[in-house]
Design a binder for this molecule. Structure first.
Ligand code: SF4
Length: 380
């Protein structure tokens, strides 16, 4: 059963120097056209109103780059096709700075109960260097406004291993982020992706990242500081107070099905992964003409599904659930991975009992090798 939906709003006021997501400069007319196309895609695929969902996640880009009128249109559209009142978690991504009090009220009035904010770092100079539009004071303003309006399930995204960043600098960012005492934090190391400004600078030798050992120390610091604050790590890059783990993101790591709507989005439905068209005009044209702006459909057989169950499940601190695996695939995990599990356990890279398989602390640095060993040679 499909119980989650991801909706992509690909507009940003400014393009950050490291970003390779599907995004375009916000222009009012373009965004109006996009919302029409998006509605056509949702209508064609959902074919009913008030469809029940467990989670809705609106990401980007920056959904809050839309103006008030457009944001209202978007939440009303979501309200029409999905039964927002019964949704357990309804999240919007937002960037500090463009999340005005008016926009927060529009979201709150339409059932949004969680905000994920792209804060990245508590340092104006470094924000400038990343090409971000917001400044530290905007984060304070937004968190205050969110709490005032009544959305207190707020998550902050941080970045580390940034050019010129020292451990002390990252520690200062962590301390400042943690003093908000929020229920959820995510932190990702900077990846230099092709087709970004950072990539060009990196190639020219004008941009460097801290060495790998420093990056590893930053990650350890992150985990330690979160633990000291009683914020549990539940995935490689995600930390939450008990009960505030992102239900939507757990859909991905539990290898469950979800719809994906919007330019460049991915959906995962029984037997297939659907990858949408990314370029703006092509997406809009296809969504308007057919309601199915699909670039590619990848068939996912039982073999691929089982492999992904292992890769994704091991990202979570609680690991892969053996009873869930065996119920879902109607096969004993020992029959599929008996030799591999014994080998990984002997190396001390995984822990297992009758209910769970988890990566050990020693196994975490070898995550890729562990994942490789779950690739199956033949169909199940
Ligand atoms: S705001 Fe987010 S999506 Fe937009 S350019 Fe920056 S990182 Fe990319």
């Amino acid at each position: 059963m499909v119980s989650s939906v991801y909706i992509h709003i690909p507009f940003c006021e400014k393009i950050c120097h490291y970003c390779d997501f599907t995004k375009f400069f916000y222009e009012e007319k373009m965004a109006d056209g996009y919302l029409i196309a998006l509605e056509n895609e949702i209508k064609t695929n959902i074919q009913e109103s008030k469809k029940k969902m467990k989670t809705i996640f609106v990401g980007g880009g920056t959904p809050t780059a839309l103006n008030n009128r457009q944001l209202m249109k978007l939440v009303e559209m979501i309200d029409h096709y999905f039964d927002v009142a019964s949704v357990e978690e309804y999240s919007f991504e937002a960037n500090p700075g463009d999340l005005t009090e008016d926009k927060i009220r529009i979201l709150k009035d339409h059932g949004v109960n969680r905000i994920s904010m792209g804060v990245q770092v508590f340092d104006d100079e470094m924000l400038e260097q990343l090409g971000r539009l917001h400044r530290v004071k905007d984060v304070y303003q937004n968190v205050n406004d969110l709490i005032k309006v009544g959305i207190d399930n707020v998550s902050i995204d941080l970045m580390y291993s940034l050019p010129n960043q020292t451990i002390e600098h990252f520690e200062k960012t962590l301390d400042e982020a943690l003093q908000f005492d929020l229920p959820h934090y995510s932190a990702y190391s900077l990846q230099i992706e092709p087709k970004t400004i950072f990539y060009q600078r990196y190639k020219k030798g004008t941009l460097t990242k801290p060495p790998e050992e420093i990056e590893a120390d930053m990650y350890e610091l992150l985990r330690r500081e979160m633990k000291n604050k009683g914020i549990e790590q539940y995935e490689i890059s995600n930390f939450a107070k008990p009960g505030f783990e992102s239900k939507h993101n757990l859909t991905y790591w539990n290898n469950d099905y979800y719809y994906g709507f919007g330019a460049g989005s991915h959906g995962y439905l029984p037997g297939e992964r659907i990858i949408n068209i990314r370029p703006f005009p092509t997406y809009v044209e296809a969504a308007n003409e057919t309601g199915k702006p699909v670039l590619h459909i990848e068939k996912i057989g039982k073999k691929e599904q089982i492999e992904e169950e292992m890769f994704l499940g091991l990202r979570k601190s609680e690991g892969v659930s053996i009873p869930k695996f065996e119920k879902k695939y109607q096969v004993k995990i020992e029959e599929v991975y008996g030799d591999e599990l014994a080998h990984l356990e002997a190396r001390g890279w995984i822990n297992r009992n009758t209910t769970f398989i988890k990566l050990t602390e020693e196994g975490k640095p070898f995550g890729n090798e562990v994942f490789q060993s779950f690739l199956l040679e033949k169909e199940i």
